[in-house]
Design a protein around this ligand. Sequence first.
Ligand code: AMP
Length: 113
Amino acid sequence: MDCIFCRIAAGSLPATRILETDDVVAFRDLNPRAPTHVLVIPRLHRASLDALGADEAHLAGALLLATAEVARLEGVADSGYRVVANTGEEGGQTVDHLHFHVLGGRPLGWPPG
Ligand code: AMP
């Protein structure tokens, strides 16, 4: 298994886990860009948002619901937060396993650079 996020999902690579369901794992980003910076991933390997199948609406929904739950658990739901899925080369994706960043705990500028 050479995908680092598959290894985190399987428990063979350590991570600070925030939430786990049958479909989804959320853990703290190793290089946080905000006081709250959590990654939400599917347990199943999907390379990016672009690789989610048309028949995977349940998984897409589970991921989005988990991001909102992470924000509540992290205490940023009321102050506000951002959900980002960097996708592909120009999208700035560096790990090829679909993940949503949940960022919060400080004012976030827009648009990103
Ligand atoms: P992206 O650049 O959108 O693909 O995001 C990948 C994110 O994964 C980056 O923010 C990294 O800091 C984070 N990351 C890489 N390796 C690990 C790891 N072992 N544990 C937690 N976060 C990681």
